[in-house]
Structure formats: structure tokens, C-alpha cells
Design a protein. Sequence first.
Length: 312
Amino acid sequence: MHITYISNMERVKTYPEWVTKHKQKGTNISCIGGRYYLYAVNSVWNKDKKRAQKITKQYLGRITPQGLTPPKHKPQTQTTTPTVKEYGATHTLNQLGQDILTQLKKNFTQTQAQQIFTLSALRVIQPSPFKRAQTQYQTSYLSEIYPNLNLTKNHLTQFLKNLGTNREAILEFMKPFIGKNQHILFDGTNLHTKSKKLPHSHKGYNPQENYEPQINLLYAFTVKSKMPAYYRILPGNIREVTAFKLSIAEADLSDVVVIGDKGFGSQSNFDMLVEAGLCYIVPLKRNNVLFDSSRLKSGDKAVFEGYFMFNP
């Protein structure tokens, strides 16, 4: 049976009953090539034509005697905006530093380890202030390897503060790089500062005879692997030799021989080294009262108990 109906905006159309039963308010049926299709529609008032105008909104499906067949939705093709990130140096450092990252994860959380490693790698590639770390990270392939790290300026301020106070974890991280039967070299550096908020900033002595506020950074390196093995920050008014005993104990070193330059050649330093139970080799200045020049005057090497050629 066929049913004839009149739409408000259409001429009279005759469709089969199995077609018209799908027509509801807000829909419209179209016959195209002998096939029936259902659409969602609404009407708006056209001011120019002074009448309502039908607006087709959405295709709802094809009508067949078996019922309404919804449209097959084609998967939308997602388009992504290409990004350019530094890869070469990042990839190299990431490959070479996996042993460091593994050791970091043993002493810090995974996120902390990745943040420390990423910050270090970024500063090797391009030394710059920490306030630029987030931008460097986002334009580096490290952001793909270790995603979702927070390296913003405000976060790093608190992160670095907490990291610096976690000395036990830092020392445990560095110990495995010392190894056994390693020779260790200590080196002290004076860093001048104008900051009034650093607790270690004090006026002190340095070879440049600059007595402005400073801090002393004591570092130890392994001779064979050339890896940093220990560090200690000292107040600017404390000489490095004063902190040797505590530093050696904290770094868990043994059989230590301190080799210093002529700047260490003073009786007070010798007394401190002896009191600390440390062996030492320190050259003397020719005007030092401990320097015995009588054997040199003989001009005969036989008078020396032992000697060796140095930098001939």
C-alpha cells in the first residue's frame, strides 16, 4: 500500500508505507534513483523570501523494506602538525649515558632520575640558564624518550633545592664510579659570589689574594675512568686541607696520599695532615725554613738518599 502525504514545504509525494513509517518530526525522506534516504532537517525563516526554508542537517541512513540502514562512518584521518626536534647529540648522549641513568634510578625515583639526566644532557648540548630548560626540553628528542617531565623554572627551583639537600643519595650514586684500586685526584676551586643568601659564602684566602666572599668547591676524580667520584662544598673561610679528613671518610677512601703544590707547603698544613693521619707529598718553596739546601751546595747526587728525574 502507498501513502500520499503533503509536507509543509514540499509538493505532494507518494512513498511506500515501509518508507514513511520512518519519518518523524525533524526528518525528511528523499528519493534518489529509486532509493529512499532519511535526513535530519529543520526549518528557519528566510527574511528575503518571507517564508520558512528547509535546512538539511545530517544523513541518517538508507530506508529499505528490511528497515533503516545507518550510514557507515568512515574513519577520520587525523592530521598532525610536524615538529622539528634536535636528535643527533641527544641520541648520542642518551646512548653513552645509560650506565649513569641506571645508577641514578637506584638512588632516586624514576622521575627524579630522568629529570637529573635530562637536565645534565641539555646543559652539555647547550649550556644555558635553568629558566630555559623547559624550552630546550620541548625542542629536544629527550622529550620523546622521557615524556611529560616538568622542567619549568618554578618547579626546578624547588627540585634543585631538594636535590642538593639529599647528600646521602648523591654520595651513594657517585661511589660505584670509584671502583677498586683507583687513584683519586682532589682539586679545590674558589668561587666568588656577591650573593648574600648563600650560607657557605665567607671571606677567605685564595691564590689571587682576592678576599671577597667566596665558597670552596672540593672535587675528586678517578684517574683511570676520569669520572667524578666525590664533591664537597666548603665555607669560603675554610682551607681545603682542613676538610680532607672528613671528605676522605665520607667518600669511603683508603690508602690516601695527598699530593699538593707549593701552596700547601706550610708547617700548619703539615701539622693538620699529620693530625688527620694522612700521608703527603708536598714540594717546598726555596725560601721555606724546612728547605735544606746544604746538600745542593755539594753538587754531588750521591749525598741524596733518593731522587728521580721530573719533567726533564
